[in-house]
Design a protein. Structure first.
Length: 109
């Protein structure tokens, strides 16, 4: 009987520990820009942040174009395609970002 109680205690502790462990979202490097100006997306009007991964473009939810500087500057999203490190998932043909970090531009040599 004592061994059964001990076994149940160990199993309960192990299961509780496994549930507390959360997976870290995987990040990936993607192209980021204005969906309309640079990626030719036409399902929305105006200028909206989008990412392109595996050859397909998705509008982004969770962050906005102007959260990352002046979109119309020389290096802004309406003028250039930039690299970003992102995590999130595709939901209903949109990229729902849980993190979005714009990477520094590579210097031209």
């Amino acid at each position: 009987m004592k061994s059964i109680v001990t076994l149940l205690f160990i199993l309960t502790f192990s299961l509780g520990f496994a549930q507390d462990k959360k997976e870290t979202p995987k990040t990936k490097i993607v192209e980021a820009s204005c969906g309309q100006c640079q990626f030719g997306m036409k399902s929305k009007s105006g200028c909206d942040l989008a990412v392109r991964m595996d050859g397909k473009s998705y509008f982004v939810e969770g962050t906005k174009l102007d959260d990352h500087g002046d979109a119309h500057a020389a290096d802004g999203f309406c003028s250039a395609i930039r690299k970003a490190e992102v995590s999130g998932e595709i939901v209903n043909d949109k990229y729902v970002a849980t993190s979005f970090k714009l990477l520094p531009q590579e210097q031209k040599k």
